[in-house]
Design a protein around this ligand. Structure first.
Ligand code: FES
Length: 438
């Protein structure tokens, strides 16, 4: 199967050969038109058949640069001067995504920042993924930068000490007869589910309290990866509670990464194109925000109306760490339902860091958007979702006693549910105060 880049290269190559072959018979205008057409075909192929990836750096979005200042300066100003409010602990207990599986080959190691720590994520020669604290206890080299995978162990790039992925224990010191019992690094509980690598965090070092559910369609390859968006948000992780506001036009959520997986429709011939259309539709709607589109439709196309209903509920034991929100979108044309555009969404949150958004559309089919919230620092989440909202998150403070109206009742309900992810020893911001600038 050709990837978009390979196909574009082949098209350009074939075009170049044809032009060179028949250049005497063609005048320069025809050559230019032929060249542009070849590039257009390559671009179109890439547009339709490659996964869509929108990745933003921390100061790209959500800061207003005034008086000739750069966005990075504006971002640092906001982060330094902003009032934080009375924040809950900064790292709730739970599972967090660190990487996509496809980004880690067998025998590869990566240095990742997660929950204020540097970790070395590596895939052993046995195919398993391990996560270790990155700094070598010998003289502090970073195992994730230049470290070498040896079987199921990671070898330090400095003096070659080897640490076992399973438990972080040092199993070999090349120049020593004996390995001290206490020579080890922290090994993080890790799982690889739905094409993602996740780590478990608990402030008291407790073992995982629950597992992250697998989606059969993803495991079997029936749903395929069609794109992702990624942003950084300068906010506390619990800022997501706003998702629950019944007023959907103001809803938003901070997530580290969002992957769109879509299902195979019955007519496989159009599979790829349909998936791409769905991905573009999803990502475009999310980037522009549903609110903006609906406002425009209301103003310009009075005959077209968008209505929706949402309901949030926590789940009962043994899944008390999960909650569900059901959302139904209905489009009306001249007051009549137009079912072709109806979308039914079930958003299932699993702990503080993972949300599965299952959607069902009569024409475009079923699909899954995986949203993962991963704190990088206490007040820095790597974020995706409605780009327009990033500005609000980057500048807001956390209000511990918010002024709510009757229709906001879901917010308090969600805060009570969310409090189960904090323990007495959960880390608080004051210990991390010096990490706020980037
Ligand atoms: S610093 Fe890692 S082996 Fe020396």
């Amino acid at each position: 199967m050709f990837t978009g880049n390979r196909f574009a290269l082949i098209v350009v190559g074939v075009g170049a050969v044809l032009v060179l072959q028949y250049r005497d018979a063609l005048d320069s205008t025809v050559c230019v038109i032929a060249g542009v057409s070849v590039l257009a075909v390559g671009w179109l192929h890439r547009l339709l058949f490659s996964p869509l990836e929108v990745l933003r750096s921390p100061d790209d979005v959500g800061y207003i640069a005034e008086n000739g200042r750069s966005k990075a300066q504006a971002a640092n100003d906001v982060r330094r001067r902003r009032k934080t409010g009375e924040l809950p602990p900064v790292y709730p207990n739970g599972w967090y995504r660190v990487l996509d599986s496809q980004l880690l080959e067998r025998g590869e190691v990566k240095n990742v920042t997660v929950l204020g720590e540097q970790v070395a994520v590596f895939r052993g020669q046995n195919g398993r993924v391990y996560v270790l604290d990155a700094y070598c206890p010998h003289l502090g080299a970073n195992l994730g930068v230049g470290g070498r995978v040896v079987g199921g162990c990671l070898e330090c790039p400095f003096h070659g000490w080897q640490f076992r992925g399973d438990d972080g224990k040092c199993v070999k010191i090349p120049y020593a007869e004996k390995v001290p019992e206490f020579a080890k690094v922290r090994s993080w509980p890790t799982c690889e589910v739905n094409g993602q690598v996740l780590v478990w965090f608990h402030c008291d070092g407790e073992e995982p309290h629950w597992t992250v559910p697998e989606h059969e369609e993803v495991i079997k390859g029936e749903w395929v990866y069609r794109g992702r968006t990624e942003h950084f948000i300068s906010a506390h992780i619990q800022a997501e509670e706003v998702l629950l506001l019944p007023n959907f036009k103001h809803s938003r959520k901070n997530v580290s990464q969002e992957r769109v997986m879509v299902t195979s429709p019955p007519y496989r011939r159009f599979l790829k194109m349909q998936q791409t259309l769905l991905t573009w539709l999803t990502c475009t709607l999310r980037a522009l925000s549903v609110e903006w589109i609906c406002r425009y439709m209301k103003k310009s196309w009075g005959f077209l109306r968008h209505e929706w209903k949402a309901q949030w509920e926590p789940e009962s034991e043994p899944n008390q760490h999960c909650s569900q929100m059901l959302v139904n979108h209905v489009f009306k044309v001249f007051g009549h339902d137009w079912h072709l555009l109806d979308v039914h969404v079930v958003a299932r949150q699993v702990g503080p860091g993972v949300v599965f958004l299952l959607f069902n559309h009569s024409f475009l089919g079923r699909g899954l958007i995986m949203q993962c919230v991963t704190p990088v620092e206490p007040l820095l989440q790597c974020v995706s979702h409605f780009e327009r909202d990033v500005t609000i998150w980057n500048n807001k403070k956390y209000v511990s006693k918010p002024l709510l109206v009757k229709e906001d009742s879901a917010i308090q309900k969600h805060r009570r549910w969310y409090s189960q992810f904090y323990s007495e020893n959960s880390p608080r911001l004051q210990y991390q105060r010096d990490t706020l600038d980037f």
